[in-house]
Ligand binder design. Sequence first.
Ligand SMILES: Cc1cc2nc3c(=O)[nH]c(=O)nc-3n(C[C@H](O)[C@H](O)[C@H](O)COP(=O)(O)O)c2cc1C
Length: 188
Amino acid sequence: MDKTPYSIRFVGISGSLRNGSTNTALLTAVRSLVPEGVAYSQAGIGDLPLFNSDLEANGPVAAVELFRQQLREADAIVIASPEYNYSIPGVLKNALDWASRGKISPLQNKPVAIMGASPGPLGTVRMQMHLRQVFLFNNMRPVNKPEVFVSQSSSKFDAEGRLTDERTIELIRQQMNALYDLAVQGKD
Ligand SMILES: Cc1cc2nc3c(=O)[nH]c(=O)nc-3n(C[C@H](O)[C@H](O)[C@H](O)COP(=O)(O)O)c2cc1C
């Protein structure tokens, strides 16, 4: 169903930088599961320097400016991330820390959806709860339901890394619809 009287853009962020990441593979699946007409692109976070307010005070950092611009231009953010040590991977937290800065953070009031894949039984539950605290501080608008926890991830992708688990595919589709609804709120 084409839901788009509006032009809506989603931007994806993966919390894993490795080639063959199952979380980046979730974002590849997202590309075809967004409502028809939604423009989806991905923002890289691997080139961002470690946050340092001395660096920030020295003037704009090109990689940071590009990242912040990508977030600003997006109507909503999709985060797919692993859980590291029961929490948010450092690369993702670093990216969110950079994005949270400035007079007007591109995170403020932004709709956001989270999903995560893990080989373990809980599918990134603890990481996702920590991300929700970051969203609260930044006055973001998270999709609450459905939650997407991809547990036992090795059984959910094929040999080429494509998401094959039907239940997860359907949940992501529903979550992207909910994200779309948040993104159009206020556009009327
Ligand atoms: C530093 C580190 C910490 C990890 N901690 C957790 C953890 O707390 N919970 C968990 O389920 N998996 C943990 N893992 C395993 C990751 O879930 C697994 O490596 C996952 O496949 C990474 O996602 P990716 O495929 O997108 O790279 C950890 C992995 C690393 C490298």
